[in-house]
Design a protein around this ligand. Structure first.
Ligand code: B12
Length: 246
């Protein structure tokens, strides 16, 4: 069974819920406009189940309704994890054997982005979702540059620290800032380093498409819900691979 439909009240009834804001003052007309939009998007019938003024000139809506579209799960393209998940102990052992020195990670939020909670979840010792962050790993040296790091600053620090991997977080996606900043960052590293010496480039954030690594010029993209263990395992997989199995 690879063909599925959304589920609301009964299996396969096609019911979905959608939220959005229109630049229209809260009114009956605004609600009608919301239904019209939902209809044009293929929801029929569509019911406004929540509407709330967002200041005097905008309205936020939640619309519930039926779509007729089918989804074929056999045609879905995703990035599956193609490396084993290791424990901190296994990561440390692999780095020690494979690199014979600590693996250096430089991380931060670039551009004007000040959302540090995500990168801290990965790097800080306290970690995320019950897992310790990369600072906890004895064989990893972590340099967390924090928020609003410029690309030149990041490149300079990566060089100074002899970084093996550079971890960048981008949470703000307004006007595709996350994509533009990531492309700028990866181009700067390609210019600053000979290909074989360039550090591994990793970006993460809640609204990245994980299939876009190649397009963005980075080695891996991590999306929402990423845990530090996944990142540490990936770093070892790419930087000390042969030794993982040893
Ligand atoms: C907390 C927060 C803030 C705090 C940030 C505090 C801080 N020190 O980080 C403050 C109040 C400062 C803030 C400010 C702003 N914010 Co804000 N903020 C949020 C909020 C509520 C939560 C973000 C968060 O902490 N998530 C928790 C972490 C753990 O999740 P995460 O970031 O997704 O990280 C995980 C993964 O994505 C991944 N990951 C992330 N980074 C990386 C990096 C690597 C290398 C890897 C491997 C993985 C990885 O791993 C993490 C763990 O799983 C979100 C809304 C939301 N609910 O998400 C809005 C939100 C991100 N903010 C938003 C906005 C608009 C702003 C402001 C512009 C508001 C304003 N007008 O001033 C400013 C911008 C400031 C700036 N210069 O960046 C918008 C962004 C919209 C958009 N399309 O870009 C959001 C989505 C709210 C909204 N719905 O409008 N914000």
């Amino acid at each position: 069974m690879t063909i599925v439909r959304p589920y609301g009240d009964t299996t396969g009834d096609g019911m979905v819920q959608l939220s959005f804001t229109l630049p229209v003052a809260h009114s009956k007309v605004a609600e009608g406009a919301a239904v019209q939009l939902a209809n044009k998007m293929g929801m029929d019938p569509a019911l406004v189940v929540h509407s709330k003024p967002m200041g005097p000139d905008f309205t936020f809506f939640v619309v519930y309704g039926r779509v007729n579209h089918l989804v074929d799960t056999s045609k879905v393209e995703v990035v599956e994890r193609d490396y084993p998940l290791l424990t901190p102990k296994e990561v440390n052992a692999a780095v020690k054997r494979g690199m014979r020195r600590r693996l250096v990670v430089v991380g931060g939020c670039i551009g004007t982005d000040a959302h540090t909670v995500g990168i801290d979840a990965i790097l800080n010792i306290k970690g995320f979702a019950g897992e310790k962050g990369l600072e906890y790993y004895r064989e990893l040296k972590v340099v967390n540059l924090g928020a609003q790091v410029s690309v030149p600053q990041l490149v300079e620090r990566a060089r100074a620290e002899k970084a093996d991997a550079v971890l960048v977080s981008q949470v703000i996606t307004q006007r595709d800032a996350h994509l533009l900043n990531t492309r700028e960052m990866s181009a700067a590293f390609r210019e600053a380093y000979p290909a074989e010496r360039r550090p591994l480039l990793v970006v993460g954030g809640p609204r990245f498409d994980e299939t876009m690594a190649g397009e963005l010029g980075v080695d891996r993209v991590f999306g929402r819900g990423t845990t530090p263990g996944e990142v540490a395992s990936f770093l070892v997989h790419r930087l000390a691979p042969a030794k993982v199995a040893a």
